[in-house]
Ligand binder design. Structure first.
Ligand code: HEM
Length: 546
């Protein structure tokens, strides 16, 4: 508890603000959270005396920060409320209009307050003070399932997404060299290329030869591609999801993964009473976790037998390397990869393809580069021919700039920070609205324009039509962060980039892609921004290739 001039602030041992007023403080019994699965990160919050330097004294008190009360906040999301049925992009815009560039959401049900900021200086202050064990409250159901529900299987390991502090760092330090080292990830290129080719073959069977439209949902097909790709990397197993005879367990696993995403939004993101009462819906969610655990474990056991039978080759695959670290860590990491690497990659891919389809001139420039990479369209992709693809990489960055599928990055502050002139007490959530700033002319000139050239340092020597314009890029490194930042940055970044690059090369080396739907691409909020609604592309074969 500490006195902040006129106001008295108190924090429970989880770092949650309990009370703000002028009287005696009585701690609410929030320790129940730990038992019920809500995360305890109190040990990570700075325990030194409250900040009291001159700058802090000059800053405005926290309770003067604009923002809705609990009831106003609830009313926003009720039917008829201003934010009812809005997605994360619309929600951020509307709230920013209402409250300005910094505002706070009161914490509910034992959760910390969250400060939303659209000021890049605040991003820098937050990241610079996050320390070596940044806290990102993730999916609390993960922790609950693994630590409380199934300790028999997970032995107390929560996994990267939900673990905090030293427990998080112990796993992250182990798996970083396996998943973040470029060379290690790129050893999957040949198989990912094969999967991308299978996807194109499947598309061909679904493509109407005259209208060049698909006789199936593109998004569903793409999820199959994403799942086939991430399961190969994580499990060293081909699931056959793009073939006529998929492994029946793989199809079940893919279905449970989709369920997981939907449930997770409901129970981890939206306010829910599950920490206090296990509703029937939450019990179904736990069943989904059980199914995922059971099927994944079987695949891992089968892979272990395969590795034992074939002996250790020189180049160990990702799963073999993870198993070499620790079997439990490997299991948890594989499940996290499958869960985190499905909708993210497919949503990002659709987003990038959408922008290319709406910008035919940029698509042509990309196709020129792809022709150089693959003069013969059926040649394999190799380390050598994929080394130099500046325009492709610029297109990926530009697509994710306009629509980052994670519109904000989140941290719990461990120290007292001054954000946009307000005193923000330690233990508060900070949501950094990167997507809003990436779409602002202040930081990216002509921000509404799809301009891959802003990411190029110089014009490629073999493409005279491409004019680099790095001046159209923000100089501030904290604004464009689709994969997050710092020690807690996305561990699947390299894998996602490799998958997306590989399929874009294959797809755009075969087809000219255009957008057929009348509306621009729409998004809905799951735990990320997922494309939804009418997603219709036209795939016209490029004359020389098919
Ligand atoms: C385009 C696709 C993807 C995007 C845009 C994306 C984005 C993100 C972001 C923004 C974070 C939070 C980073 C932070 O807090 O600083 C994150 C974390 C994470 N991502 Fe991804 N991701 C993608 C694909 C993947 C894939 C394919 C995997 C699987 C290998 C994956 C696994 C994870 C994990 C395990 C974390 C938690 C890391 C930690 O807390 O240590 N992601 N991702």
């Amino acid at each position: 508890m500490w006195n902040n001039g006129k106001q008295l602030f108190a924090y429970n041992r989880h770092g949650y603000q309990l009370f703000q007023g002028t009287g005696t403080v009585k701690e609410r019994k929030l320790s129940i959270n730990t038992v019920l699965g809500q995360q305890d990160h109190s040990a990570l919050i700075d325990k030194t005396p409250p900040r009291n330097d001159a700058k802090w004294q000059e800053a405005k008190p926290y309770n003067e920060m604009p923002g809705p009360s609990n009831w106003r906040l609830l009313s926003f999301f009720l039917p008829g409320g201003e934010l009812h049925n809005t997605n994360l992009i619309q929600m951020n815009r509307r709230l920013r209009e209402l409250y300005g560039d910094i505002y706070r959401f009161p914490g509910m049900m034992g959760k910390a307050d969250v400060v939303f900021t659209y000021n890049p200086e605040d991003f820098e202050v937050t990241y610079r003070n996050e320390g070596i064990w940044p806290i990102r409250i993730g999916l609390e159901s993960f922790s609950y399932y693994r630590k409380v529900q199934r300790p028999d299987i997970f032995n107390g390991i929560g996994g990267l997404v939900s673990e905090q502090g030293k427990d998080w760092a112990d796993i992250r330090n182990k798996v970083n060299p396996v998943l973040m080292k470029v060379q290690n990830v790129r050893q999957n290129l040949a198989q990912l290329d094969l999967i991308a080719k299978e996807f194109i073959d499947k598309l061909e069977t679904l493509r109407h030869p005259k209208t060049h439209t698909l006789q199936a949902e593109f998004h569903d097909q793409l999820k199959m591609w994403a799942f086939e790709s991430i399961s190969f990397v994580a499990l060293n197993t081909r699931m056959g999801l793009l073939s006529d005879q998929p492994d029946p367990n793989a199809a079940r696993l893919a279905k449970h993964m989709t369920e997981f995403f939907n449930y997770s939004f409901k129970y981890d993101v939206q306010p829910s009473i599950w920490p206090y009462y296990k509703t029937p819906g939450f019990k179904r969610f736990l069943k989904t976790y059980d199914n995922i655990t059971e099927i994944t474990t079987n695949y891992i056991e089968a892979a272990i037998q395969r590795f034992d039978a074939t002996g250790n080759g020189k180049n160990k695959c990702v799963l073999e390397q993870l198993l070499g670290l620790n079997k439990q860590v490997a299991m948890v990491m594989v499940m996290d990869m499958l869960m985190a690497g499905l909708d993210t990659t497919s949503s990002a891919f659709i987003t990038i393809l959408y922008h290319l389809s709406r910008n035919p001139l940029k698509q042509e420039l990309l196709q020129e580069e792809l022709q150089r990479i693959l003069p013969h369209p059926n040649d394999p992709l190799t380390e050598e021919n994929t080394k130099n693809m500046p325009y492709l990489r610029a297109c990926i960055k530009e697509g994710l700039r306009i629509t980052s599928i994670t519109p904000g990055n989140f941290r719990i502050t461990t120290k007292d920070l001054i954000l946009s002139g307000y005193r923000v007490p330690r233990g508060t959530g900070v949501l950094m609205g990167v997507l809003e700033l990436s779409n602002s002319d202040e930081y990216f000139p002509h921000s509404a324009v799809f301009l891959p050239e802003r990411w190029l340092k110089a014009a490629p020597p073999d493409q005279p039509d491409v004019q680099a314009c790095p001046e159209a890029r923000s100089r501030n490194p904290f604004i464009y962060l689709p994969f997050g930042f710092g020690p807690r940055t996305c561990i699947g970044k390299r894998i996602a980039e490799l998958e997306i690059e590989t399929l874009l090369i294959r797809l755009l080396r075969c087809y000219k892609v255009s957008w057929l739907a009348e509306e621009p691409l729409q998004y809905e909020s799951t735990i990320i921004l997922a494309p939804c609604g009418d997603i219709r592309f036209k795939f016209e074969p490029i004359a020389t290739t098919l």
